[in-house]
Write a protein that binds this ligand. Structure first.
Ligand code: FES
Length: 270
């Protein structure tokens, strides 16, 4: 049988025969994620202006210890070790969970591997290294902890839902609380819905609800749940970005209201 030898030639970094703007999505991810990380780090280090009225910024929730009335266990305890060079901030305690959840997310991994360290820059584009180690070795093997951060993120999400409920109790000019809705409450509600869509489309959750099963016909409930998670998983990239924007903007909104630069407009009050 005739055979043909096709030589495989390693491309130089950036070398490609692609004619499209393959670099454009990578640039968008670099700018979008870079902006979010810089802003979130700045906001988390502030340690103040994260509560306005009955709203709390999602970056600071659940507030385990802190000076606000939302704190679960009151102010920072004396026994809690805290580095002297860092201002105390409730966000630095809790952000490790949603932060690592996103960092280890299968979608974000693909996106920032390409955008931040060109591994590879895009399909059919030469990369700046000759070896491929994948995610089987340290440090990237640690990405496999994603499923555990999923459990943590779901736990945090319930607190955010509770925050929406608390934000609906508005304090009137007479000092009395009444049920109502403000622009901020709507924003926090949209945020929890988008976070739910993002978490529910998680690849690990898809495995959790549909895995360890060879015959779906024998497990109709499992099949229904797997189909539902799969339908959201198809749009995982969309929900990842929408929820990232909503969580970031929720913090901006609460912060500017807390600083008195914006007014949280009351839509109605019962
Ligand atoms: S894969 Fe993206 S959140 Fe789990």
């Amino acid at each position: 049988m005739a055979s043909t030898v096709i030589p495989i030639e390693r491309l130089r970094f950036g070398q490609t025969s692609r004619k499209d703007a393959w670099w454009l999505p990578q640039l968008g991810v670099f700018l979008g994620l870079g902006t979010f990380v810089v802003y979130a780090t700045w906001a988390a280090l502030q340690g103040r202006d994260y509560v306005s009225g009955s709203m709390i910024s999602p970056f600071y929730s659940p507030e385990i210890w802190g000076p606000s009335p939302h704190a679960l266990f009151g102010p920072q305890p004396d026994w809690l070790p805290w580095p002297s060079f860092l201002p105390f901030s409730a966000a630095l305690i809790v952000l490790a969970i949603p932060g690592n959840f996103r960092l280890t997310c299968y979608y974000y991994r693909g996106a920032y591997y390409k955008s931040f360290w060109a591994d590879p820059p895009a399909c059919g584009v030469g990369e700046p290294r000759n070896t491929y180690l994948g995610e089987r070795w340290l440090p990237l093997v640690m990405q496999n902890v994603h499923r555990y951060f999923l459990y943590g993120a779901i736990f945090v999400w319930f607190f955010l839902v509770h925050d929406v409920y608390k934000a609906m109790w508005l304090v009137g000019p007479d000092g009395k609380q009444a049920l109502g809705l403000t622009v901020g409450t709507v924003l926090l509600s949209v945020n929890v819905v988008l976070l739910w869509l993002y978490c529910t489309g998680c690849h690990s959750l898809r495995h959790l609800v549909g895995g360890k099963c060879n015959t779906f016909s024998a497990h109709p409930l499992k099949f229904k749940m797997w189909k539902f998670v799969t339908s959201l998983n198809k749009q995982h990239q969309l929900w990842a970005w929408c929820s990232l924007c909503s969580v970031g903007f929720s913090d901006v909104y609460v912060r500017l209201c807390a600083k008195g630069m914006w007014t949280d407009f009351v839509l109605f009050r019962i």
